[in-house]
Design a protein around this ligand. Sequence first.
Ligand code: F6P
Length: 350
Amino acid sequence: MAINRIGVLTSGGDCAGLNAVIRAVTKRAIAEYGWEVYGINDGSHGLLDRPPRYQELTLPDFTGTVLRMGGTILGSVNSGDPFDFPMSDGSRQDRSQEIINGYDQLGLDALIAIGGDGSLAILRKLAQQGGWNLVGVPKTIDNDVDLTENAVGYLTAVDVATEALDRLQPTAASHNRVMILEVMGRDHGHIAINAGIAGGADVILIPEIPYDLDSLCAKLDDIRRSEGRTFALVVVAEGVKPDNDYVETGIGQYLCDRLSEKAGAECRVTVLGHTQRGGVPTPRDRLFGSAFGVHAVDLIAAGKFDRMVAWSSRDCIDVPLADVVGHSQPVDPNGAVVRTARGLGICLGD
Ligand code: F6P
C-alpha cells in the first residue's frame, strides 16, 4: 500500500533517548520517503480528544537541540488503559473505538509506537481492532522488554545509578556507614545489578533472587573481618519484596531499618527515583534510539508490520510483536552479569 502519512507516539513512563527516536523517525520518513510525520501527543490519549492532539513534525524541528534532550517532546502517559479507561465519575469504560476514530481522523497510514511491554501490548490490541499498520520501538529504563538486548533509556538510567554510587562511596567511607541505594526496576533488577557491579557495590538485591537478611549481615561481618572496613554499599531494586512480604515504606528504608537493628550498622538510604528517567541521554541511548527510529521507518516502507525493532548481537533487527507482548525479560540468574557479581564476591542476598 502507498504510504503518505505516518504517526509516531511515546507511551508509558518517559526515559532518556525518546527524542532521538522521534528525530530519527522524522528524518528518515521525510528525507528518504517524502512522507508526512504526525507526532501524537500524550500517547494514545492524544487520539481520544477532539480534535485529536498532534503536531506535524518537520526537519526544522530537529536542528540540534532535541537529540540531546531527556523526556519526550510529544508527552507520554502511563495510566488510562483505553480498554478499561477510568472515568471522572469513578466508572470504567472501553474507549478503544474513540482512539481508533481519532487515528482515522488523522488519516494515518501507519504508526510507530515507542513503548515498554505494557504499552506495546495495548497498542497492538488497538492496531488489531483498528486495522492499523503498527511498528513498535522498545523503551524502558527497566530494560525488561523481551527479545531485545537493549531498550531505549536503560543505559542512561544505569549511568545515573552508577554515578550515585560514585558519590555515595566516599561519604560511606568517611562516616563508616552502610549506604543503601534504592533504584528503579518495578519487576526486574537490570538497573540494580548492572549499576551495582559498575559502582562497586558489596550487596545487590534484585527481584529475581530472593534474599535473606542473615546473608546481608554475614556479608557485612565478612567485610569487617577480611578487609577491616565498616562501611559498605548496598543496591536494591525497588521491586524487591521484603522478607516478611509487608512493607509500609520503600524497600530501601525497610532494609535500612532492619540492618540498623540486626547488624548494628549505621545506615542511610538514598532513593534515586525519577532522576533515573530524566537527564541527558547517554551516547548509546542516542545511538539505539536513532537506529531504532530509522529501522522502524524502513519496516513501514517495506510493508512489514506488527513487528518491533530490536537490538541483537551488534545489529538492529526486528521481531514479531506477538512474540514480545505478554511477557518480559528478567535478569537471568545464571547469566554472565549474575556470574560476574558472584565472581566478584558481591552478596546477592541468597
Ligand atoms: O517502568 C518504568 C518505571 O520507571 C519503573 O521503573 C517504575 O517503577 C515506574 O516506571 C514508575 O512509574 P511512575 O512514573 O508512574 O511513578
